[in-house]
Design a binder for this molecule. Structure first.
Ligand code: SF4
Length: 313
Protein backbone atom coordinates (compact mmCIF):
# COMPACT_ATOMS: atom_id res chain seq x y z
CA UNK A 1 0.00 0.00 0.00
CA UNK A 2 0.87 3.68 -0.21
CA UNK A 3 2.63 5.35 2.67
CA UNK A 4 -0.04 7.38 4.51
CA UNK A 5 1.90 8.44 7.57
CA UNK A 6 5.50 9.55 7.87
CA UNK A 7 7.18 10.39 11.14
CA UNK A 8 10.45 12.26 10.72
CA UNK A 9 13.03 12.76 13.44
CA UNK A 10 10.46 13.29 16.17
CA UNK A 11 11.61 14.67 19.51
CA UNK A 12 9.53 15.30 22.60
CA UNK A 13 11.25 16.73 25.61
CA UNK A 14 9.46 17.52 28.85
CA UNK A 15 11.03 20.20 31.00
CA UNK A 16 10.48 19.62 34.67
CA UNK A 17 12.13 21.42 37.59
CA UNK A 18 15.33 22.14 35.76
CA UNK A 19 15.71 18.71 34.20
CA UNK A 20 14.89 17.57 30.70
CA UNK A 21 13.06 14.30 30.11
CA UNK A 22 13.80 13.07 26.61
CA UNK A 23 10.66 10.96 26.17
CA UNK A 24 11.02 10.67 22.40
CA UNK A 25 14.42 11.44 20.95
CA UNK A 26 14.83 11.20 17.20
CA UNK A 27 12.18 8.72 16.09
CA UNK A 28 11.38 8.12 12.42
CA UNK A 29 9.04 5.58 10.83
CA UNK A 30 6.30 5.29 8.25
CA UNK A 31 3.00 3.50 8.00
CA UNK A 32 1.45 2.03 4.87
CA UNK A 33 -2.21 1.93 3.98
CA UNK A 34 -3.87 -1.21 5.30
CA UNK A 35 -0.82 -2.28 7.30
CA UNK A 36 0.18 -2.45 10.94
CA UNK A 37 3.33 -1.13 12.54
CA UNK A 38 4.01 -2.60 15.97
CA UNK A 39 6.02 -0.68 18.54
CA UNK A 40 7.45 -2.69 21.42
CA UNK A 41 9.57 -1.79 24.40
CA UNK A 42 9.52 -1.61 28.18
CA UNK A 43 7.51 1.05 29.99
CA UNK A 44 9.27 4.37 29.75
CA UNK A 45 10.64 3.66 26.26
CA UNK A 46 8.53 6.41 24.68
CA UNK A 47 5.89 4.31 22.93
CA UNK A 48 2.98 5.91 24.79
CA UNK A 49 4.29 9.41 24.14
CA UNK A 50 4.62 8.46 20.46
CA UNK A 51 0.97 7.41 20.35
CA UNK A 52 -0.09 10.67 22.04
CA UNK A 53 1.88 12.64 19.47
CA UNK A 54 0.07 10.87 16.64
CA UNK A 55 -3.26 11.62 18.28
CA UNK A 56 -2.17 15.25 18.71
CA UNK A 57 -2.55 14.99 22.46
CA UNK A 58 1.09 16.07 22.83
CA UNK A 59 3.12 18.53 20.79
CA UNK A 60 6.55 17.50 19.53
CA UNK A 61 9.55 19.57 20.52
CA UNK A 62 11.00 18.94 17.08
CA UNK A 63 10.35 16.80 14.03
CA UNK A 64 7.31 16.21 11.85
CA UNK A 65 4.33 13.91 11.56
CA UNK A 66 2.97 13.91 8.02
CA UNK A 67 -0.41 12.42 7.14
CA UNK A 68 -0.77 12.15 3.36
CA UNK A 69 2.19 14.54 3.15
CA UNK A 70 0.66 17.22 5.40
CA UNK A 71 2.21 18.23 8.71
CA UNK A 72 -0.48 17.48 11.31
CA UNK A 73 0.89 20.18 13.60
CA UNK A 74 -0.30 22.81 11.13
CA UNK A 75 -3.90 21.63 11.20
CA UNK A 76 -6.39 24.17 12.57
CA UNK A 77 -10.16 24.42 12.54
CA UNK A 78 -11.85 22.11 10.06
CA UNK A 79 -8.56 20.43 9.06
CA UNK A 80 -7.95 19.53 12.69
CA UNK A 81 -11.52 18.23 13.02
CA UNK A 82 -10.98 16.11 9.92
CA UNK A 83 -7.79 14.77 11.45
CA UNK A 84 -9.62 13.84 14.65
CA UNK A 85 -12.10 11.89 12.52
CA UNK A 86 -9.42 10.31 10.34
CA UNK A 87 -7.22 9.09 13.18
CA UNK A 88 -8.93 7.10 15.91
CA UNK A 89 -7.73 5.17 18.95
CA UNK A 90 -8.54 2.07 20.95
CA UNK A 91 -7.04 2.00 24.42
CA UNK A 92 -6.25 -0.75 26.87
CA UNK A 93 -9.07 -0.58 29.35
CA UNK A 94 -12.57 -0.57 27.90
CA UNK A 95 -13.92 0.73 31.25
CA UNK A 96 -11.87 3.85 31.34
CA UNK A 97 -12.14 4.58 27.64
CA UNK A 98 -15.92 4.19 27.48
CA UNK A 99 -18.05 6.72 29.29
CA UNK A 100 -20.32 4.84 31.73
CA UNK A 101 -23.24 7.25 31.43
CA UNK A 102 -23.47 7.16 27.66
CA UNK A 103 -25.46 4.58 25.80
CA UNK A 104 -23.46 2.39 23.46
CA UNK A 105 -25.24 4.01 20.50
CA UNK A 106 -23.86 7.42 21.42
CA UNK A 107 -20.40 6.08 22.17
CA UNK A 108 -20.20 4.33 18.82
CA UNK A 109 -21.67 7.28 16.90
CA UNK A 110 -19.52 9.95 18.54
CA UNK A 111 -16.67 10.09 15.97
CA UNK A 112 -19.29 10.11 13.24
CA UNK A 113 -21.41 12.99 14.53
CA UNK A 114 -18.85 15.12 16.32
CA UNK A 115 -17.71 17.06 13.26
CA UNK A 116 -20.56 16.94 10.82
CA UNK A 117 -24.29 16.93 10.43
CA UNK A 118 -25.59 13.40 10.20
CA UNK A 119 -29.29 12.52 10.15
CA UNK A 120 -30.65 10.26 12.90
CA UNK A 121 -31.39 7.64 10.29
CA UNK A 122 -27.88 7.78 8.86
CA UNK A 123 -26.40 7.61 12.34
CA UNK A 124 -28.53 4.67 13.46
CA UNK A 125 -27.85 2.77 10.24
CA UNK A 126 -24.12 3.23 10.60
CA UNK A 127 -24.17 2.24 14.28
CA UNK A 128 -26.15 -0.91 13.45
CA UNK A 129 -23.70 -1.72 10.67
CA UNK A 130 -20.53 -1.41 12.75
CA UNK A 131 -22.14 -3.17 15.72
CA UNK A 132 -22.75 -6.21 13.56
CA UNK A 133 -19.27 -5.96 12.02
CA UNK A 134 -17.73 -6.27 15.48
CA UNK A 135 -19.97 -9.22 16.37
CA UNK A 136 -22.66 -7.49 18.46
CA UNK A 137 -26.39 -7.10 17.87
CA UNK A 138 -27.74 -3.78 16.66
CA UNK A 139 -30.29 -3.72 19.54
CA UNK A 140 -27.43 -3.85 22.06
CA UNK A 141 -26.71 -0.23 21.12
CA UNK A 142 -29.47 0.76 23.57
CA UNK A 143 -27.51 -0.60 26.51
CA UNK A 144 -24.85 0.94 28.71
CA UNK A 145 -21.18 -0.15 28.70
CA UNK A 146 -21.33 -1.72 32.17
CA UNK A 147 -23.85 -4.25 30.85
CA UNK A 148 -21.13 -5.81 28.70
CA UNK A 149 -18.15 -8.09 29.36
CA UNK A 150 -14.60 -6.85 28.93
CA UNK A 151 -14.28 -8.44 25.50
CA UNK A 152 -17.62 -6.97 24.39
CA UNK A 153 -16.61 -3.53 25.62
CA UNK A 154 -13.48 -3.74 23.54
CA UNK A 155 -15.67 -4.69 20.55
CA UNK A 156 -17.69 -1.52 21.24
CA UNK A 157 -14.47 0.52 21.34
CA UNK A 158 -13.46 -0.97 17.96
CA UNK A 159 -16.93 -0.22 16.52
CA UNK A 160 -16.63 3.38 17.64
CA UNK A 161 -13.13 3.73 16.21
CA UNK A 162 -14.35 2.44 12.84
CA UNK A 163 -17.62 4.35 12.65
CA UNK A 164 -16.13 7.36 10.87
CA UNK A 165 -14.10 5.32 8.33
CA UNK A 166 -10.71 6.36 9.71
CA UNK A 167 -7.46 5.99 7.79
CA UNK A 168 -5.55 5.06 10.89
CA UNK A 169 -6.25 3.68 14.36
CA UNK A 170 -3.78 3.85 17.22
CA UNK A 171 -4.18 0.60 19.13
CA UNK A 172 -2.62 1.24 22.53
CA UNK A 173 -2.41 -2.12 24.34
CA UNK A 174 -5.76 -3.16 22.81
CA UNK A 175 -5.91 -6.66 24.31
CA UNK A 176 -3.67 -6.58 27.37
CA UNK A 177 -6.52 -5.94 29.85
CA UNK A 178 -8.52 -8.89 28.49
CA UNK A 179 -8.62 -12.51 29.60
CA UNK A 180 -6.17 -14.59 27.62
CA UNK A 181 -9.09 -16.61 26.21
CA UNK A 182 -10.63 -13.44 24.72
CA UNK A 183 -7.45 -11.91 23.31
CA UNK A 184 -7.29 -14.02 20.17
CA UNK A 185 -10.90 -13.16 19.32
CA UNK A 186 -10.25 -9.44 19.51
CA UNK A 187 -6.96 -9.73 17.61
CA UNK A 188 -8.69 -11.70 14.86
CA UNK A 189 -11.48 -9.14 14.75
CA UNK A 190 -8.96 -6.32 14.35
CA UNK A 191 -7.10 -8.19 11.61
CA UNK A 192 -10.34 -8.99 9.73
CA UNK A 193 -11.60 -5.41 9.97
CA UNK A 194 -8.26 -4.08 8.78
CA UNK A 195 -8.64 -6.09 5.58
CA UNK A 196 -12.23 -4.93 5.15
CA UNK A 197 -11.53 -1.23 5.76
CA UNK A 198 -7.95 -1.06 4.47
CA UNK A 199 -7.22 0.90 7.65
CA UNK A 200 -3.71 1.28 9.06
CA UNK A 201 -2.90 0.42 12.66
CA UNK A 202 -0.18 1.71 14.89
CA UNK A 203 -0.02 -1.03 17.50
CA UNK A 204 1.58 -0.21 20.84
CA UNK A 205 2.05 -3.35 22.90
CA UNK A 206 4.42 -4.91 25.36
CA UNK A 207 3.18 -8.41 24.52
CA UNK A 208 5.49 -9.71 21.79
CA UNK A 209 3.09 -12.45 20.67
CA UNK A 210 0.37 -9.86 20.03
CA UNK A 211 2.72 -7.81 17.90
CA UNK A 212 3.95 -10.84 16.00
CA UNK A 213 0.40 -11.85 15.21
CA UNK A 214 -0.82 -8.44 14.08
CA UNK A 215 2.06 -6.28 12.87
CA UNK A 216 3.56 -6.22 9.39
CA UNK A 217 6.57 -4.25 10.59
CA UNK A 218 7.91 -3.92 14.11
CA UNK A 219 9.98 -1.20 15.74
CA UNK A 220 11.79 -1.79 19.03
CA UNK A 221 12.12 1.29 21.23
CA UNK A 222 14.55 1.88 24.03
CA UNK A 223 14.76 5.13 26.02
CA UNK A 224 13.03 7.27 23.43
CA UNK A 225 14.72 5.83 20.36
CA UNK A 226 14.07 3.09 17.82
CA UNK A 227 16.99 0.67 18.14
CA UNK A 228 15.80 -1.90 15.61
CA UNK A 229 13.18 -2.00 12.88
CA UNK A 230 12.24 -4.73 10.40
CA UNK A 231 9.46 -6.73 8.82
CA UNK A 232 7.94 -8.55 11.78
CA UNK A 233 8.91 -12.10 10.83
CA UNK A 234 12.45 -10.99 9.94
CA UNK A 235 12.79 -9.31 13.33
CA UNK A 236 11.39 -12.23 15.30
CA UNK A 237 13.54 -14.79 13.51
CA UNK A 238 16.67 -12.73 13.31
CA UNK A 239 16.80 -10.19 16.15
CA UNK A 240 20.14 -8.38 16.00
CA UNK A 241 20.24 -5.59 18.54
CA UNK A 242 21.33 -6.88 21.98
CA UNK A 243 18.32 -5.15 23.52
CA UNK A 244 15.89 -6.85 21.12
CA UNK A 245 17.51 -10.19 21.86
CA UNK A 246 17.20 -9.57 25.58
CA UNK A 247 13.58 -8.49 25.30
CA UNK A 248 12.73 -11.56 23.25
CA UNK A 249 14.60 -14.04 25.41
CA UNK A 250 12.89 -12.65 28.52
CA UNK A 251 9.42 -12.65 27.01
CA UNK A 252 9.42 -15.74 24.83
CA UNK A 253 11.16 -18.41 26.91
CA UNK A 254 8.96 -21.10 25.39
CA UNK A 255 10.23 -20.29 21.92
CA UNK A 256 13.97 -20.94 22.10
CA UNK A 257 14.06 -21.33 18.32
CA UNK A 258 13.39 -17.62 18.02
CA UNK A 259 16.42 -16.56 19.95
CA UNK A 260 19.76 -18.16 19.42
CA UNK A 261 21.50 -16.46 22.28
CA UNK A 262 20.09 -16.05 25.74
CA UNK A 263 20.68 -12.57 27.03
CA UNK A 264 19.46 -11.65 30.45
CA UNK A 265 18.49 -8.05 31.02
CA UNK A 266 20.05 -6.75 34.18
CA UNK A 267 19.39 -3.46 35.90
CA UNK A 268 16.46 -1.13 35.65
CA UNK A 269 15.67 0.91 32.57
CA UNK A 270 17.74 4.08 33.13
CA UNK A 271 15.84 7.33 33.43
CA UNK A 272 15.14 9.31 30.27
CA UNK A 273 16.39 12.28 32.32
CA UNK A 274 20.08 12.42 31.43
CA UNK A 275 20.08 9.14 29.48
CA UNK A 276 23.41 7.25 29.26
CA UNK A 277 26.04 8.63 26.88
CA UNK A 278 26.95 6.91 23.63
CA UNK A 279 24.66 3.93 23.14
CA UNK A 280 21.85 4.30 25.68
CA UNK A 281 21.79 0.56 26.24
CA UNK A 282 25.47 0.32 27.17
CA UNK A 283 25.05 0.08 30.99
CA UNK A 284 22.90 -3.05 30.51
CA UNK A 285 24.53 -4.52 27.42
CA UNK A 286 26.62 -7.71 27.77
CA UNK A 287 28.44 -6.86 24.51
CA UNK A 288 29.35 -3.28 25.39
CA UNK A 289 32.76 -2.19 24.09
CA UNK A 290 34.81 0.88 24.99
CA UNK A 291 33.38 2.93 22.16
CA UNK A 292 29.78 2.16 23.24
CA UNK A 293 29.81 4.63 26.13
CA UNK A 294 31.27 7.33 23.90
CA UNK A 295 29.94 7.07 20.35
CA UNK A 296 26.27 7.21 19.50
CA UNK A 297 25.53 4.31 17.13
CA UNK A 298 23.99 5.26 13.81
CA UNK A 299 21.12 3.49 12.18
CA UNK A 300 22.35 0.91 9.64
CA UNK A 301 20.39 -1.14 7.13
CA UNK A 302 21.83 -4.63 7.60
CA UNK A 303 19.37 -6.43 5.32
CA UNK A 304 16.63 -5.02 3.07
CA UNK A 305 14.29 -3.10 5.39
CA UNK A 306 16.08 -4.32 8.53
CA UNK A 307 17.67 -1.43 10.42
CA UNK A 308 19.67 -1.60 13.61
CA UNK A 309 21.52 0.97 15.72
CA UNK A 310 24.45 -0.82 17.34
CA UNK A 311 28.25 -0.72 16.99
CA UNK A 312 28.32 -4.49 16.49
CA UNK A 313 26.90 -4.01 12.99
FE1 SF4 B 1 25.62 -3.02 23.14
FE2 SF4 B 1 27.44 -1.36 22.15
FE3 SF4 B 1 25.53 -2.37 20.57
FE4 SF4 B 1 24.94 -0.55 22.42
S1 SF4 B 1 26.24 -0.25 20.62
S2 SF4 B 1 23.83 -2.40 21.98
S3 SF4 B 1 26.33 -1.14 24.07
S4 SF4 B 1 27.16 -3.51 21.60
Amino acid sequence: GNVILEVEDLHTYFFNRGSTVKAVDGVSFFLREGETLGIVGESGCGKTTTSKLLLRLETPTDGEILLDGKNIQNFRGSELQDYRTTVQAVFQDPWSSLSPRMRVRDIVAEPLVVNRQVSHQERDDRVAEVMSQVGLHAEQANNYPHEFSGGQRQRIAVASALASYPKMIVLDEPVSALDVSIRAQIMNLLVDLQAEYNVSYLLIAHNLATVRYMAHQTAVMYLGQIVEYAETEELYQNPLHPYTKALFSAALPSHPDLVREEIVLTGEVPSPINPPSGCRFHPRCPFAMDQCSVDIPVDKEVAPGHRVSCHLY
